[in-house]
Design a protein around this ligand. Sequence first.
Ligand code: C5P
Length: 209
Amino acid sequence: AGALVIAIDGPAASGKGTLARLLATHYGLRHLDTGLTYRAVANALLELGDELGDEAAAIRAAHDLDFATFDRDHLALPEIGEAASRIAVMPELRKVLVSRQRAFAEDEPGAVLDGRDIGTVVCPDAVAKLYVIASPEVRARRRTQEVRARGVPVEQAAILADILKRDERDMARADSPLKPAPDAYLLDTSELSIEAAFRAAQDYIDRAM
Ligand code: C5P
């Protein structure tokens, strides 16, 4: 036995979250969007009026997070994604969130985790690792639709700029930068429907298991 872990990484709005949800349902696993954990900490600091640079306050918020009750609509706001990527450079904060994410993954029967450092840092022993990418234009279009569907009016050009800035910060940081694990399966969803991306991921995972 032991936990079955599927790691999914990639840049903002690459389609990894949708894939993670579908794969969790298909394989009967739990799902954790680790981006929400960084977003929730950033949101807690913003609500308390704390400085985003206050790592001690961020660590307290990380210990207090309830992984079962994220307010997804509110946390989806672009400014919270931006704040999340700013606090995500803090090594001691990352240690706390990574250890809680790992504990979640290791509970039986296992889980699908999506984020930036799942295959490289959080769950390097995952049975399957996907690195999901898509062109910036496709990602901006998808994310714009998603945010508008949550009732927030946004401009696609602003979303594109936000995505590019976050990608750069996430790839350039010293601690746990966004990059594919050496043994990750690369999946470019630019030209794929959700169904086609799901089938490609499932084929790879079935072979890896
Ligand atoms: O995936 P999402 O857009 O919700 O992530 C928000 C931010 O949280 C990312 O831009 C990144 O800086 C950070 N993050 C991270 N490691 C993860 C997941 C998210 O650093 N595993």
